[in-house]
Design a protein around this ligand. Sequence first.
Ligand SMILES: *Cc1c(COP(=O)(O)O)cnc(C)c1O
Length: 233
Amino acid sequence: MLADNLRVVRETIASALAKRTEKKETGDTVCLVAVTKNHPADVITEIEALGVGNIGENRVQEARGKQQQIGHPGKWHLIGHLQTNKAKQAVEFFDLIESADSEHLIRALEKEAAKQDKVMDVLLQINVAREPQKTGFLPEEYEMVLPVLDDLPHIRVRGIMVIAPNTPDQSVLHAVFRQGYEYFCRLKRQRKDVDYLSMGMTSDYDIAVEEGANMVRVGTALFGARDYGNRGY
Ligand SMILES: *Cc1c(COP(=O)(O)O)cnc(C)c1O
C-alpha cells in the first residue's frame, strides 16, 4: 500500500518535472519530504525502508515522542509554526527548520544553536499570498529580515518555504508558486548556501514542482487521511 502510494507520488513528480517549459535554477531533482504528523512512529520506519529519508513533522513534542521510540534516522524537517519557547528543543531534534517565520524566532534559534554549538539550517517561510490566518514573513517583512541574517553565525539559510492558499483554482496556485520561485532566485543571488525551494503538499505538489519547487512536503498522498485524535506517539 505505502509502496504503491510512494510510486504514484514519484511518478507525479516526474511528470510535473517533464511539464516544465524552461530550465529552473532549482535544478531537476526533487526532494520528497514524507509528512508523518498524526501518524504513528512506525510509518517513519516503513517509509525510510522504502528509501525516503526526509521526514516532516509539525510539532516539536510529537517529533520528540517519535524519536524516543525509533531514534533519529534520516533528516527531520520542522514544517509547523514554532513558538520561541520551544526553540531549544527544535534545534535539538530537527535537521532543517522550514518554518522560520519571524525575526524574533530566528534570533531565538541563533541563541539556542550557539549554546548547542550547532549551525541550524532554516528555510524562510514567506506568506506569498498574504493570507491573514497564515504565519510566514509578509513580502515586506522578508525584505527587512535579510540584512539581519548576516549577523547570525549559527543560522544557515538554505532557501524558502511557501504554503499556497487552500483553493482549487489552479491559476492562483500557479501564480503563488511562480512568485515563490522568484523569491528563491533572488535569494540565491544574494546569499551562498541557498539551494531549497520547499513548495507543494498533497493537493498541489504537481503544480509546485512544475513551477520550480525542488522540495515537496507530502503526507496524505502517502499515508492516507490523518486522524487528528491520534498524536502519533
Ligand atoms: C500537514 C502539512 C503538509 C502535508 O499535507 P498533506 O496535504 O497531507 O500532504 C505539508 N506542509 C505543511 C506545512 C503541513 O503542515
